[in-house]
Design a protein around this ligand. Structure first.
Ligand SMILES: [Cu+2]
Length: 698
């Protein structure tokens, strides 16, 4: 009953009910987190699982789903370019994975954040680490999440059986379509699934007209196979994603394409009581964006087409066995990420430049993690070390480039761009077994994060900020230090037959936090080549990346109550503050306090939910990033869910019932100069619209 209740507003899908492949449910409830959607869900102390097929369809990006969880929010940089925010942190600071695979995004502004590669119709569940990620999941400053794909799993006998899990959905507000899923066959010894998805949409409408530059298209196809042999289990996952023309209003350019390949070869074997797991993985991103084909084109001389690519090659290997009265896991992992970015002007063959030239970042890591019971309390202790080395190639410049950039390129090419750093993560998590429905949990962690390649190697003053979309021009700093966070969290999970409550308070003290600071002491006085170039490009007050001191703190919770009869209520509350410790200022783009509350009428085969989302004003804005305050708003939606029959399910609803015009603090400022949203204004949320989704699985 408890699990089913949490499910309602927050839900993941009941896996068995959908006939979907069973997922490992081995993690403990205290460590992972839930989503405001309908259905049922499985979560625990360490993880929270949310399933797109069980959530209302408010868009195509799974970060809309993770934004419905305690601690969650969404950075809106485009319909397919949403970034997950967790307890105030986002971007590469989170340890995000797709189907367990870590990889480097290709866009210098994160037009392809990690979850760009997890289309909702293909995703079985997003598994969110509650609080911090375990060290065994890899490095990362704070939280983490993995978008796990659907697949047909092994069966329990020798006769091949077939399985499928599809969904077909659409929204009227942008005339969009999202369809896809998996089908395949398996026995107890092998499994094979083919997967595919297609999503497309037009510009989103709102009460004042059209939000231009919000059309999109994305296709994925691939396969997932496994073979159990006497020598162990071998798995293979292959996927190709082709993102087509898709708008990014908060950026100076739009996506023309992302053509991205994923490959992962896995191996598992057991030796007595020990389990050995290993994988090799590869990701290759090829990207083009420009500022003229999906928005009003600037004059020929100012047109730009930028090519970016990123390749990741990695491995991991771990051995798990019983030790010290618990389970001990030791592992090694590493990857090599390469980035290259070239800006061109298609009208001038002599104009080209590489702002991020042939960058290579090597990482080798190792971890030890023990899980067991100490003094009657469940305990996870982990230690991880990552050795990183980095370097850039020479910046290449075309003959049509002006003198200023040529001089900066020469200086960059003379500098020593290589270096190395070792970072250390230590995590201690404890939680008690439920007693009278109450389970306590606490986390202490020391986490470190390497500076990103944009922050370190940005020698040319341009609008590349790794997805901040604050409109500022940035330059990098070769001498940046890693960020160091000290994290403390505490909370409890309470569940009775008709109520649940799961609050958490947290504090994250971050030294050497990397953000933009004024380029020099004479702000607004153009007395350096960087300021001269930045000024010609429209920003006379550029920022440079620097180590500062920061702090994030707050609390969040999810809770629910099941009344006698068919009514129940579920809610999520998030409060987070982000501030600088070295000067009086706030951190940029932190979600304002918000409350989501759903009232559900529930019967055996169907349910209807009236959902209200209230978001406070955000006046704790970053002066350094010239961040604009936002007003409070509330938006109401109505949706329902019907189990039509065996494995068939219909969801439908009305989003933004009262056609409210609202501007979320985390949606970017419009920069594309057409449609009905003025330039510089925050992009509004979608207007009133219908959605419908049919899912069928066997
Ligand atoms: Cu891009």
């Amino acid at each position: 009953m408890f699990l089913k209740s949490i499910a309602l507003l927050l839900g993941g899908t009941s896996l068995a009910a959908l006939g979907a492949p069973a997922l490992a449910q081995d993690a403990d409830p205290a460590l992972q987190d839930v989503i405001i959607v309908t259905g049922s869900r499985v979560d625990n102390a360490t993880e929270l699982r949310v399933s797109p097929d069980a959530a209302p369809v408010f868009g195509n990006d799974v970060t809309l789903l993770t934004a419905r969880t305690p601690g969650g929010a969404r950075i809106g940089n485009g319909e397919l370019s949403g970034q997950m925010q967790y307890r105030g942190l986002f971007g590469e600071r989170l340890n995000l994975r797709v189907n367990g695979q870590r990889f480097a995004s290709g866009g210098p502004n994160l037009m392809d954040p990690v979850f760009h590669y997890a289309p909702a119709p293909l995703v079985q569940a997003v598994v969110i680490d509650r609080g911090v990620s375990p060290v065994s999941s890899g490095p990362g400053l704070a939280g983490g999440a993995d978008a796990v794909f659907k697949r047909v799993n092994y069966s329990d006998n020798e006769t091949p059986s077939f399985g499928y899990d599809f969904s077909l959905g659409g929204r009227s507000v942008n005339e969009s379509l999202a369809t896809g899923g998996v089908f395949g066959a398996s026995t107890q010894d092998w499994r094979l699934s083919l997967l595919g998805s297609w999503e497309e949409g037009d510009d989103t409408e709102f009460a004042d007209g059209t939000i231009a530059g919000t059309a999109f298209e994305r296709g994925v196809y691939g396969l997932s196979g496994g073979l159990r042999t006497d020598l162990g289990e071998i798995t293979l996952d292959l996927r190709r994603q082709n993102t087509g023309p898709s708008g990014n209003p908060p950026f100076p350019m739009d996506i023309i394409y992302f053509d991205t390949d994923f490959a992962r070869l896995g191996y598992t074997n057991t030796f007595g009581a020990a389990t050995f797991e290993a994988s090799l993985h590869y990701t290759d991103v090829a990207h083009l964006m420009n500022n003229f084909s999906q928005r009003p084109a600037p004059p020929a001389m100012r047109q730009r087409a930028t090519f970016a690519d990123a390749t990741t090659r990695g491995f991991d290997a771990s051995l798990a066995f019983s030790a010290f009265g618990g389970d001990l896991s030791i592992g090694l992992d590493g990857d090599v990420a390469e980035h290259n970015v070239t800006i061109t002007n298609p009208n001038n063959l002599g104009f080209f430049v590489t702002p991020f030239p042939q960058i290579e970042i090597d990482r080798s890591g190792g971890f030890v993690e023990w899980t067991g019971v100490m003094a009657g309390i469940n305990t996870e202790l982990g230690l991880r070390i990552d050795q990183n080395s980095f370097e850039a190639g020479d910046a290449i410049t075309g003959p049509a480039l002006p003198m200023g950039p040529l001089n900066l390129a020469a200086a960059f090419n003379d500098a020593d761009t290589s270096g190395e750093d070792t970072i250390l993560d230590a995590v201690a998590r404890i939680w008690t077994d439920p007693k009278n429905g109450l389970s306590w949990r606490a986390t202490l962690a020391h986490k470190q994060q390497m500076p990103g390649y944009i922050q370190r190697f940005g020698w040319l003053p341009i609008n590349a900020s790794g997805g901040l979309a604050d409109g500022n021009i940035y330059v990098g700093d070769l001498m940046l230090e890693p960020e160091t966070a000290l994290i403390a969290e505490a909370g409890f999970d309470y569940a009775s037959t008709n109520a649940y409550l799961r609050p958490t308070v947290f504090l994250r003290q971050i030294d050497d936090y990397i953000q933009g600071v004024p380029f020099d002491d004479t702000v607004g006085v153009i007395n350096s080549p960087v300021e001269m170039i930045a000024s010609m490009n429209g920003d006379p007050t550029p920022l440079r990346w620097a180590n500062v001191d920061a702090r994030l703190y707050g609390f969040d919770l999810d809770a629910g109550y099941d009344f006698d009869g068919p009514l129940r209520v579920d809610g999520v509350i998030n409060v987070v503050r982000g501030e600088r410790r070295d000067i009086v200022d706030n951190l940029y783009r932190v979600a304002p306090p918000n409350l989501t509350l759903g009232l559900t009428w529930e019967s055996a085969a169907w349910s209807i939910t009236l959902e209200g989302r209230a978001v406070a004003e955000q006046d704790k804005v970053s002066r350094t990033n010239s961040e604009i305050e936002t007003d409070a708003y509330a938006v109401v939606s109505l949706y329902g869910d019907w189990h039509v029959g065996d494995g068939v399910r219909l969801s439908a609803g009305v989003e933004n019932l009262f056609d409210e015009i609202y501007r979320d603090h985390l949606s970017g400022y419009n920069r594309n100069g057409f449609g009905d949203v003025p330039v510089g204004e925050r992009i509004p949320g979608a207007g009133r619209g219908l959605f419908l989704r049919l899912s069928f699985a066997n």
